[in-house]
Design a protein around this ligand. Structure first.
Ligand SMILES: [Zn+2]
Length: 270
């Protein structure tokens, strides 16, 4: 009996080592270091961030852009066409011109804007309905990513914003509710309107260093978060459509806050 238990224990230990080894082999070290986002933003905990890198933006300010909206799937297609996953989203790529920011003097190009519903970063305990991630990338810089977070909420059925233009009737909502439907172009979008209305010295940002919130969770990512009061709006019907895409999942397509330790900085624009 004793030797049988020992054998079982050894077998279990070997299996655990194999599992640990395969997980490690299949992921980058970055994934372990940076799988820290999202976090709860608690403004009372923010420290003076005036020494944080300055940001400037160079976005087209005219309704001349074509944004290509597509479903960002996880898993092999077409088998997973209709299988929702929390790490999937609808995302738009600006196709007509290049939008960029500078972060600490280094240029980062806008790669995509995508959306999580509900919001991933709680803000003083509240989750807004939708959180937009404007993902800027510079592959040869550190951090590699600068993600600007804009909360999207609804004031009802009124208005017709640039977020309405790109989020409304996303491909996956059109029957047959299929993630493999082709991308759809949204015309006459003003990229500037994806950022908050007020980007001046009176605008406040909250910053922390984290990771991408979806696989492979790489980083570092400089998160630049505008408070909900600086958010943009979407019509309630389009909001509900977007949320409904992941209605079968307990937390939609949002990753829960991780509780990871982080330093939160408060910095006026830029
Ligand atoms: Zn995201």
């Amino acid at each position: 009996m004793h030797s049988r238990l020992t054998r079982l224990s050894r077998s279990a230990a070997v299996i655990l080592l194999l599992i640990a080894g395969s997980v490690y082999a299949g992921s980058s070290a970055n994934a372990f270091m940076y799988a820290s986002s999202p976090v709860a933003i608690v403004t009372a905990n923010a420290v003076n961030g005036n020494a944080q890198p300055a940001i400037t933006y160079s976005y087209v300010n005219a309704a001349t852009e074509t944004v290509r909206m597509s479903y960002h799937s996880k898993g092999a297609l077409p088998a997973s066409c209709s299988t929702r996953d929390a790490e999937e989203d609808m995302r738009g790529e600006v196709t007509t011109s290049t939008q960029s920011i500078t972060y600490g003097g280094t240029t980062y190009n806008l790669n995509n804007v995508h959306f999580h519903a509900p919001a991933e970063h709680s803000f003083n305990g509240t989750y807004e309905p939708i959180e937009a991630h404007l993902v800027h990338i510079n592959n040869s810089a550190t951090p590699k990513y600068v993600v600007i977070v804009v909360y999207i909420y609804s004031t009802g059925a009124g208005g017709w914003t640039d977020y309405d233009k790109i989020i409304s009737d996303p491909p996956v909502v059109t029957p047959p509710l299929n993630e493999c439907q082709p991308a759809e172009d949204r015309l006459d979008v003003n990229p500037r309107n994806l950022l908050p209305v007020d980007i001046s010295a009176s605008a406040v940002t909250y910053r922390y260093e984290g990771s991408l919130t979806t696989s492979p969770y790489s980083g570092p990512v400089a998160f630049v978060i505008f408070p909900p009061s600086a958010g943009r709006t979407i019509q309630s019907g389009y909001r509900d459509d977007y949320i409904g895409i992941w209605s079968g999942l307990a937390n939609g397509n949002a990753k829960p806050v991780t509780g990871a330790a982080h330093t939160l900085y408060k910095k006026p624009w830029p």
